[in-house]
Design a protein around this ligand. Structure first.
Ligand SMILES: *[C@@H]1O[C@H](CO)[C@@H](O)[C@H](O)[C@H]1NC(C)=O
Ligand SMILES: *[C@@H]1O[C@H](CO)[C@@H](O)[C@H](O)[C@H]1NC(C)=O
Ligand SMILES: *[C@@H]1O[C@H](CO)[C@@H](O)[C@H](O)[C@H]1NC(C)=O
Ligand SMILES: *[C@@H]1O[C@H](CO)[C@@H](O)[C@H](O)[C@H]1NC(C)=O
Ligand SMILES: *[C@@H]1O[C@H](CO)[C@@H](O)[C@H](O)[C@H]1NC(C)=O
Ligand SMILES: *[C@@H]1O[C@H](CO)[C@@H](O)[C@H](O)[C@H]1NC(C)=O
Length: 462
């Protein structure tokens, strides 16, 4: 007699697939008896003669193997699950790294090297100029000269093998360059004027550009604006703001704030403002003053103000102003309203149908967020590339070539008189997205095709 136990194990895997395992057990019922000859005869009764016992045994072994294999696989699945968790974590980390690169926090492009080389070359020539004009006895300049020589050598070395360190050196160079730019003015007492004061005879010149870096969202964000709040809240020492527009060149949604120049260089923002959907801005005319952002509310004739600490938003109608890309600047779209800050506070530059598209400038009362006074100029707004205000004087620029811009027009709100001037601005890339003046450091902040660039402004003696 053969009895057969068939057990079916159904094991449900987490993946939803069922695996059945068959186990067989074969027993023989033997009956022994003695025959006439005294021989022992064992008869095995098999209910089915053709039942393949060998195959059965084989199956038994096979099932054991199968069970073994299954458990091995199960173990593997558990191992994979652990691996998958690890890989997911790695992927997440990698995504973060890519984000960092994408948003320009660590972008290393060939251009960076190019810019680096140009910067070093420019610094060297600037220091050499300073050396000549001040004499080799000036220890600060001598020290800078040595430091630049050192850095130049380091960069050449780094370029060949270590790209990541180039960023660190770039930052060092920027800090040095800034000191150098400042030194240029400091070295010449007649050019030195206290920050925030208007005791000078107006704009004399603009220095060579200092390419600070690519904006924090990355070089693909070519549109935007940036600057420095010259009048930050009392608990804040410095505030730099960087507002790259969406890649459509229109929507203002994100503004990065930085608590110091070195934080700016390290892309270490103290906060990132994200405007709510209904509170978006239009174009790159934004500015920041007294802890508040001033901008053209999206697709409207309204001006918006947001306090960056309380998020309180205020709106005022500027009903006469052209909007929705009606009177933007040459080369940039949707900058119908351009907010500027000078020694006396906030201004807004725009154009109206009544002025036939000529520039109109209004003083904003920053206490009540109201329009205090308005002046109409005779300069067609779409004919200028950008504008800024220093000590109540509006200055406008136009492009002379892809690498040269000219400050060619001025309008003095104190006298209501306009005039022409000619001060050259070198630009690194073709399009000026925005120009903002900061009375806190006498610098122009230019957003140049995604790059943050500064210039020192130099004033005439009174
Ligand atoms: C063996 O077979 C006999 C007769 O068919 C039966 O009585 C007995 O219970 C069987 N023994 C076993 C262990 O199956
Ligand atoms: C299958 O294998 C596992 C581990 O190797 C063992 O614990 C289990 O008892 C086996 N199952 C059967 C039905 O043989
Ligand atoms: C992911 O990043 C975190 C924090 O930087 C780190 O602790 C962790 O080891 C990283 N994980 C992997 C898998 O690289
Ligand atoms: C230049 O580099 C040398 C050696 O690396 C160092 O000793 C020297 O102090 C550096 N000079 C300056 C001005 O940084
Ligand atoms: C705003 O207007 C009020 C009332 O005319 C005036 O007292 C105040 O000084 C003005 N604020 C600024 C910042 O000019
Ligand atoms: C600066 O902001 C504070 C707080 O919002 C306000 O009380 C003050 O009047 C503002 N000052 C100017 C000059 O706008």
């Amino acid at each position: 007699m053969l009895s057969l136990f068939l057990a079916v194990y159904s094991i449900q895997l987490s993946a939803g697939e069922a695996v059945n395992i068959y186990t067989y057990k074969v027993t023989y019922n033997e009956t022994g008896s003695l025959d006439e000859g005294g021989s022992c005869v064992c008869s095995i009764t098999l209910p089915n003669n053709v039942f393949p016992v060998e195959r059965m045994e084989y199956l038994e072994i096979y099932s054991r193997e199968l069970n073994f294999t299954f458990h091995q696989e199960l173990l593997k699945v558990q191992k994979y699950e652990r691996s998958i968790t690890l890989y997911a974590q790695k992927l997440k980390n990698l995504t973060q790294t890519v984000d960092v690169i994408q948003y320009g926090r660590a972008s290393i492009s060939e251009l960076d090297f190019e810019v680096l080389r140009v910067e070093i070359y420019e610094m060297e020539s600037l220091v050499l100029q300073l050396r000549t004009s001040l004499g080799s006895s000036n220890t600060i300049v001598e020290k800078l000269y040595l430091e630049i020589k050192n850095i130049s050598a380091i960069v050449t070395q780094l370029e060949s093998y270590d790209q990541t360190n180039v960023l660190a050196v770039r930052r060092e160079i920027n800090t040095l360059r800034k000191r150098l730019q400042d030194c240029e003015v400091e070295a010449n007492p007649t050019l030195r004027h206290p920050y925030g004061s208007c005791d000078h005879g107006g704009l004399l010149d603009v220095s060579k550009p200092l390419i600070v870096q690519t904006n924090w969202r990355g070089i693909s964000y070519t549109y935007g604006t940036w600057g420095r709040d010259p009048y930050p809240a009392p608990n804040k020492k410095e505030v730099y703001w960087v507002a790259p527009l969406a890649t459509d060149g229109r929507v203002l949604e994100y503004i990065g704030l930085f608590a110091s120049y070195s934080d700016l260089l390290l892309y270490r923002s103290s906060s990132t403002i994200r405007l709510r959907y209904g509170d978006f801005g239009d174009g790159s005319g934004m500015t920041m003053y007294n802890n508040s952002l001033y901008y053209n509310c999206y697709n409207s004739k309204y001006i918006c103000r947001v306090n960056v600490d309380t998020n309180k938003l205020e709106r005022r109608a500027l009903t006469a102003a052209g909007n929705n890309n009606r009177f933007s600047y040459a080369g940039v779209r949707y900058q119908d309203m351009d907010f500027e800050v000078d020694e006396s506070g906030v201004w807004v530059i725009y154009a109206t149908e009544e002025s036939r598209g000529n520039m109109v400038i209004s003083k904003i009362n920053s206490t009540y967020f109201t329009v205090e006074k308005t002046w109409v100029t005779t300069q067609y707004k779409p004919g200028v590339t950008n504008a800024f205000v220093i000590c109540g004087v509006l200055y406008a620029t136009r492009a002379l070539s892809t690498s040269r811009e000219e400050i060619f027009y001025m309008f003095d709100t104190k006298t209501g008189k306009e005039g022409s001037i000619s001060i050259m601005i070198d630009k690194k890339l073709e399009t000026i997205q925005s120009l903002n003046y900061s009375p806190a450091d006498h610098k122009l902040y230019m957003f140049n095709n995604g790059y943050e660039v500064t210039y020192n402004v130099i004033f005439k003696p009174q």
